[in-house]
Design a protein around this ligand. Structure first.
Ligand SMILES: [Zn+2]
Length: 285
């Protein structure tokens, strides 16, 4: 059973505020969008405009649009609380700030990359991630989730397997407040998923209980072949995953109702309209 209208859209600018991003999504006929809650290159906590956020929330409710926030790039869940005390505190404060903004905007949650740790034993890196997530979610009673995204492998092995995502979620204090973001480019680049003919992927994801945590899909094609470990997004159907790969993914029962977000170049008109139409066609056919 395939839902007729997938929730789909791209990453949008908050140049005109959170409500401005929501208005753009409405204008484009999108069913979903992603935004940076604040400057994507900094962990500085933002004193955000609550009225603007409330307007965003209302617009999205009225137009049945799902939004999701993407945390700034320096957010690293694997930061060590002991070795980098100050950076850990900054990271936690920033993520908590992102959660508050996402909550006020009525968003599903905040997408954060799995994390990188190069200082030594990877087990310490995983412990750091759990510690950081527990700290961020401690006392958090909002509906917005912390959504962990799989990585391409361009900065090391960490966060490139289904097992890691599932285990981290399991080992954290409040599992129900944690979701997954499946980035198709990253999954393809890391070899987690090798495209259309990869039937083992879905079965493994089901065995591990990955699907029950899935919150968002970043629908990006890949400019490089499977297992290349290169994080280079292409527009859907224009990379090595290709139309067939996406068609198969979109047909899967487990992804129905999950918002799809493009993080790729826009079309000539500066919108995601062409790609949204493409995906809608693939889902129907
Ligand atoms: Zn992504």
């Amino acid at each position: 059973m395939i839902a007729s209208e997938p929730k789909i859209g791209g990453h949008l600018s908050i140049r005109d505020g959170y409500a401005g991003a929501a208005r753009t999504a409405i204008l484009l006929g999108a069913g979903a969008f992603q935004y940076f809650p604040k400057n994507p290159r900094s962990l500085t906590v933002k004193a955000f405009d609550r009225q603007d956020a409330a307007r965003c929330r209302k617009l999205c409710e009225d137009h049945d649009i799902q939004s999701v926030a993407h945390t700034p790039y320096p957010s690293n869940l694997a930061v060590d609380q002991k070795a980098a005390r100050e950076q850990f505190a900054r990271t936690v404060a920033s993520l908590r700030n992102d959660l508050e903004i996402a909550e006020a905007c009525g968003s599903l949650g905040i997408v954060v990359h799995f994390g990188t740790y190069k200082a030594g034993n990877p087990l310490q890196g995983y412990q750091n991630i759990i510690q950081c997530i527990n700290e961020v979610l401690s006392g958090w009673s909002g509906r917005a989730k912390l959504i962990i995204e799989n990585q391409a492998g361009d900065h090391g092995d960490m966060g490139t397997t289904l097992e890691e995502l599932v285990q981290i979620r399991k080992l954290c204090d409040s599992r129900e407040r944690i979701g997954f973001c499946l980035d198709t480019c990253h999954a393809f680049a890391s070899g987690m998923w090798t495209g259309g003919q990869d039937h083992a992927f879905a079965a493994k994801a089901a065995d591990l209980g990955f699907w029950e945590g899935l919150s968002v899909i970043h629908l990006n094609d890949s400019k490089y072949p499977a297992r290349s470990r290169k994080d280079r997004h292409a527009r859907v159907g224009e990379g090595f995953i290709g139309e067939e790969g996406f068609r198969q993914l979109l047909q899967m029962e487990e992804v129905q109702g999950i918002p799809f977000i493009f993080e790729s170049e826009k079309d000539a008109a500066g919108t995601y309209r062409e790609d949204m139409e493409k995906v809608r066609r693939w889902v129907e056919a």
